[in-house]
Design a protein around this ligand. Structure first.
Ligand SMILES: [Fe+2]
Ligand SMILES: [Fe+2]
Length: 260
């Protein structure tokens, strides 16, 4: 199966870019399933019903998330609705609303999408993502492809989950840093891997947010409120061709810059 995966979509510029690029890429690459990390779709912070609808209407099939998932608390009702194709990291405490993985049926094929969050240089002590992956994989059967959105900061922790899941899932795709890495590959046992897919957000920015405000925060140590940057948008994604629930044929980085 061909799976198109977009990294963190940041704010309105990111959503607008998806509306333009996705119809074009659907024609060009013919993906069976399109996933995006949506943790920053609502003005860079969290997910609202309106912003989620906008990217689903634009052609995204399924939305994963990360540490920003709770920025807008109204997301809880969206997560609790089984019909909405949205998940939060699976290794949040089990009492949290929503699910950390879902099985999606695409024609005759079943895809398991898992969302995990890292613990190195992150704000909270999440549950163990390695053990959490084991538990999910032991629970779900009869699957054709398994995609993991691995939302983490440290490349060391990221590649180690890649090694841990190599030959056990179709792809481990990193998100959260918003900066694409050039290490996409098929690991020795067949799993597609990249440390970070990169964002869909304004190019001349700090991770999609206004660079002048971000710079002021670093210089003064005062936590000024960051605003979404404006300008041309960099679209980062990967196209993964899976062979089975634990193997992929290829992983290709895609990048385009759009003047909106
Ligand atoms: Fe993000
Ligand atoms: Fe994040």
């Amino acid at each position: 199966m061909k799976i198109l995966f977009f990294g963190d979509i940041v704010g309105k510029p990111g959503r607008e870019a998806i509306k333009i690029v996705l119809p074009k890429w659907r024609k060009e690459y013919r993906p069976d399933f399109v996933v995006a990390n949506g943790e920053n779709i609502a003005h860079g912070r969290g997910i609202t019903e309106k912003s989620l609808k906008e990217i689903l209407d634009a052609g995204i099939d399924f939305v994963t998330s990360g540490d920003h998932i709770w920025d807008n608390k109204k997301v809880i009702s969206l997560l609790e609705n089984e019909e909405i194709p949205l998940i939060r990291p699976a290794n949040y405490p089990s009492i949290c609303p929503g699910k950390g993985w879902k099985v999606v049926q695409i024609r005759t094929k079943k895809i398991l999408v898992i969302n995990l969050i890292g613990r190195v240089f992150m704000h909270y002590n999440y549950d163990d993502p390695f053990r959490c992956a084991d538990e999910i994989l032991s629970e779900v059967e009869d699957i054709d492809s398994v995609i993991v959105d691995w939302h983490a900061e440290a490349t060391s922790e990221k590649i180690c989950l890649g090694w841990y899941l190599d030959g056990r899932v179709s792809a481990v795709l990193g998100t959260h840093t918003h900066i694409p890495t050039a290490d996409e590959r098929i690991l020795p046992r067949g799993t597609a891997y990249i440390s970070d897919v990169g964002m869909v957000g304004v190019k001349d920015s700090s991770l999609g947010m206004d660079k002048e405000i971000a710079l002021k925060v670093f210089k003064t140590q005062i936590p000024y409120r960051l605003e979404v940057a404006q300008g041309p948008v960099e679209i980062n994604a990967v196209l993964v061709e899976t062979l089975s629930k634990n193997k992929a044929k290829s992983i290709k980085r895609l990048k385009e810059v759009l003047e909106l």
